[in-house]
Design a protein around this ligand. Sequence first.
Ligand code: PHE
Length: 339
Amino acid sequence: MTEELAAIQTEALTAIAAAHDDRTLDEARVTFLGKKGRLTVASSCMKDLPKEEKPAMGQALNETRQTITAALENKTEELQSQADAKLLAGIDLTMPGYCLPAGGLHPLTLIRDRAIQILRRLGFSLAEGPEIETEFHCFDALNTPADHPARNEKDTFYFDSGKLLRTHTSSVQIRTMEKAKQMPIRIIAPGSAYRRDEIDATHLSVFNQLEGLYVDKDVRLSDLKGTLEYFFQSLFGEKTEIRFRPHFFPFTEPSFEIDIKLHVKGHEPKWIEVAGCGMVDPAVFSSMSLRRGDETLLPEKVTGFAFGMGLDRLAMIEWGIRDIRRLIENDTRFLSQFA
Ligand code: PHE
């Protein structure tokens, strides 16, 4: 039987060496190692051998099987690399490749990330809320009466369901206060807002805001002022002049608009509005307390400030972009300047 094994092995190796594609190689595998293959048949004779010969023969059988298996594996690899080489044969590796222009971040992304970075240093963390909002989160909870002009069909995109596209990111203030587990609350929320504005050089119907909210025991107007001065001076430079101009928002009291002084060569410097802000109106805390059914946000216990700024406007200031529409046109001649 030993000779027979040797013969099988020689024949198998010859057949494997002669195989020239996957099919002939597989035929060789079946012929020798298959269920009815030569080696399988040979091993079935084991049972007729005298007991003392069995171990040696078992070992010989195993070795033969291993040798044939290894030869099959080598041949498979060899065939594969031959096929690969064939595929590459027609390719001129010295030919220069295509030059793909590198992309870059959009100016809105750049300014948003810078803004986030500055506010993070002050301990604000990111929060978010849905862009399709309820009237409650966008208006009622923000102390905005039903007859307020912002709630008009002419100014706001409503769905048949009664929901709407949020007109500002202030709805995230409400979403955050609804579920806050502990004080302080110190969040920022960048995101899109929607208004039915005529589109022109300074208005889009989809624009970007960054909201901020800080609620704690004893938050003061001076905290608001210091935070936003620090913010704008970090963003636009230490020498940036900022002014707080009294204003009205239903959900803050007192309220301000923030202007920064813009210097454009060849023009008189002018004040330009960049944000709204104020101290959270106690009416907002009261309605939140009712909604939560606990005392965490009772207006006697906490105070807070909020702010909201237009990120598109900030990008326009930073890079002297005169038409807001450039930000949504995807014109690479414009965008590549920021890459
Ligand atoms: N939500 C206001 C707006 O869109 C801005 C604002 C935010 C004002 C927070 C005060 C506090 O105009």
